[in-house]
Design a protein around this ligand. Sequence first.
Ligand code: M3L
Ligand code: AKG
Length: 406
Amino acid sequence: MIRNLVNRKYLLGNPNRILFRAISTNGKLVVPWEDGKTSKYHGIWLRDSCQCRECHHPTTLQRLINSSSIPLDISADSITENGDGVEITWKGDHKSFYTYEWLRDHSYDPVLVEPPSIKEVLWTGRDLHNSYVKDPYSRDIPQVEFDEVMRDDAGVGKWTRKIAEYGFAFVNNTPVDEKATEELCKRIAFVRPTHYGGFWKFTSDMAKADLAYSQEELGVHTDGTYFTDQPGLQLFHLLEHIGTGGETPLVDGFKAAERLKELDPQAYTTLSTVPVPAHAAGNKDVCIQPADSFPILMHDHKGLLVQVRWNSDDRSTMREWDTPEQVLEFYRAAKVWSDILSSQEFVFQFQLQPGRPMIFNNLRVLHGRTGFEGKRTMCGAYINRDDYVSRLRLTNFGRKEVLRFL
Ligand SMILES: C[N+](C)(C)CCCC[C@H](N)C(=O)O
Ligand SMILES: O=C(O)CCC(=O)C(=O)O
């Protein structure tokens, strides 16, 4: 038993029981853990992952060695362990040291430790609507205070956590002006500039050739389906509306996709596979199209739904079909999806208020606008997904915890 490690939160292997075989083409480092699990590591992977100052820049955290210079069948001259980990002396005399904690965190055969994450709280419009109509400031509605967000990173952590859980959040008591709203956005990260500008203010004057700059109704959608890198967050702050209409419907796209999969698995598969082209071409100086046509429901390499890319207005004419039969199936599936998105059960609709901006995850939550009359002025911005998630993790888990899994 490793005395000083017994109370460590990682049940670590008894070093005398490292069943080490010479690291060669087939040899691996094998670490049996106290909890009965056993990790196996390839020699080239270990050498490539050496964390010493020659191989891994201590400040920039970048790799310094040329991975392709490592022999595929690299082997070790010796291996020793101390209470904290394992030292390997490679042929050619380079020494690498791997703490047991690092080995456990980075175990891949099998994966033993998952990085910290925030559990999503999926919702239907009905879940939120009933609370909202009783009290728009109900605890059921994700919201934070402007002052707490502006005050410190704990406030930013609370705000980003709400966005991660619910896909959106209001910010109460925000000064009704562009400057304060832009400063608010920057508490998460720099804004994402596009052909609409960086931090934007817009009204129904067709200043940009896009329906957002009109009084038209906009069905629920995600923005930027025509960008390869769809904007991650979007913030809207209604500065003024003298007139009627202009309500905001929101739908939790992940909850809607869950229902689609239950209701019509074939439709879910169709919308997860058929490539959908998109464009932004109203303004004379741009014709923006993504590097590829992407499906409406996008999954990560583990099959997890991570992005909803749906904007029927911005969808281009679809010319690329696997087979002619796919055409009718796509429109059938899109109708099932659209019916879910517009159903009373799934839509949470409210009127944006000056002083209460709303930010949302544009890769999950769909937004829209009912038609309106009168003078209506909005401001807001996009923020890149990766810049948001970086800020979310650092303010909620702390840098040390986040860096554990690089
Ligand atoms: C937000 N702002 C008014 C600046 C731009 C709106 C862009 C709307 C576009 N049809 C899309 O869905 O991406
Ligand atoms: O005007 C609004 O409330 C929203 C406009 C919109 O949907 C957009 O800018 O994407």
